[in-house]
Design a protein around this ligand. Sequence first.
Ligand code: FAD
Ligand code: NAI
Length: 491
Amino acid sequence: KSRWHTMKRIVQFGVVGGIAYSGYVLWDARHPPLQAPFDPEKKTIVILGSGWGSTSLLKSIDTDLYNVVVVSPRNYFLFTPLLPSCTVGTVDIRSIVEPTRFITRHKTREVKVFEAECTEIDPVNKTVTIADNSEIKGSVNTSTIPYDYLVIGVGATNQTFGIKGVQEHALFLKEVWDAQKIRTRLMDCIETAGFPEQAPEEIDRLLHMIVVGGGPTGVEYAAELHDFLVEDLTTWYPELAGKLKITLIEALPNVLPAFSKQLIDYTEASFKEQNITIHTKTMVKEVHDKDITIQQADGSLAKMPYGLLVWATGNTSRPVVRNLMSKFPATQKVGRGLVVDDWMRMEGSDDIYAIGDASASKYAPTAQVASQQGKYLARLFSQLALRDHLEQDIAAMTNEEEKQSKLRRLAKVRNVKPFHYSHQGSLAYIGSDKAIADLPWGSGNVASGGVATYVFWRSVYLSNLFSLRNRSLVATDWIKKNVLGRDISRE
Ligand code: FAD
Ligand code: NAI
């Protein structure tokens, strides 16, 4: 009996302690302490961007050692893996963003955050020019900021290969506003298709949703669209839902070229079951306002009418990155990003670093790579600060014995380990509560697909979300979708 009593007490203490700790974490998150001001004695790191790479750096960087300035046209971090879910309302956009100031206000020293776009980098004078790109304009719209170290984490922009009509007529899926536009256009197409006396061929056009690019973005978007059609549109638009068609166009012989063969076959078979038509070995050659011209496997050209066209054919460098490359013609010759060494330092410069999709390295442009690079840079900067500190100490030393000992330490500190990427696996949602996963296992790989993998997919994304706030919002969105269905009103 007494053992039972003791056990009960332990559990009670555990529960009360857990509640108290969670309460403290929540209170602490909303009441950050006062911060130290900028220190003119310290070096300044300017971080461009608030995406995966930059935010991971920001989270880990020691602001006792540096002054930090963040410049980004958006004042938040976006959890891109769940962005396809926002195009149909499975998850709310607000649930997957985290304001940058929620992170910077918790640093020991004040971090300056400017919602602005970096328009030019001057590597000679070590400054960046920034421009206020919001609709509201003040008396000053541009400014110049000096840096000691610059970290370029501006990501990439959408690759269109210069194909005529893409910029004007297609929608992309990279940013919050892209997902909002897709959702609005989708509902507009459906409502217009339901307009009285709409011609049958026009209904077919309006309800033809084309996705170009069979990489993970295109596949996940097509999958979400399918779920919306089956789970919601069939109920609320019974007269139209049966006419909605989803087509995925891919230039290569198969979709998801980066996944294992078994998972490619599984995805293609699953799309067939879900009535998502895949056209492989098909290139989009031109885009018009109501149709696209495609080149089929046999080389023939054909027209394909569409209501909604989502373009997901990968990445290319942003203008600010291309402009910087042109200033380093000897070392920066790769179009897809800034060439960096194994320490993420831009080739040709000693104080500019590039991470994530803005860099051209041996790694794929993924969130996993960008966030590991950001974390790595935080460690590297700590080591550089220690190096500077030791060098100053040594210069002022007179005692030879102490000096030798510090010099040995300095040699160790100067020996910074290069970046090492640890691949945690690749996941993708493929519709109908099924996902695929390519996971590293020993020296090989384990491939799995299906409903159980989807449960795994959900748990991985939930645990990887940025904050407790994001996790609870996304979990609530998933429950809401299952209980109440998705919202079908136009944004
Ligand atoms: P980003 O996260 O794109 O951030 C770039 C930042 O720079 C943004 O804050 C932007 O506003 C800012 N910026 C842009 N221009 C300027 C400028 N001129 N000056 C200053 N700041 C600027 N990867 C995975 O590993 N797993 C996934 O499941 C996954 N899902 C994805 C789903 C979708 C729909 C998409 C589009 C991508 C997905 N990715 C995924 C890829 C992943 O999102 C990118 O690789 C990752 O975002 C790259 O991080 P980054 O920090 O380099 O760039
Ligand atoms: P991607 O580069 O992976 O795929 C683009 C696809 O478009 C390619 O397969 C290409 O052959 C095809 N294509 C190019 N031009 C074409 C044309 N004219 N007509 C038809 N098809 C054409 O691009 P995506 O999917 O945007 O992904 C970008 C990066 O983000 C990748 O590194 C990817 O791994 C990552 N990502 C990862 C996700 C995940 O892990 N779940 C989800 C989304 C993106």
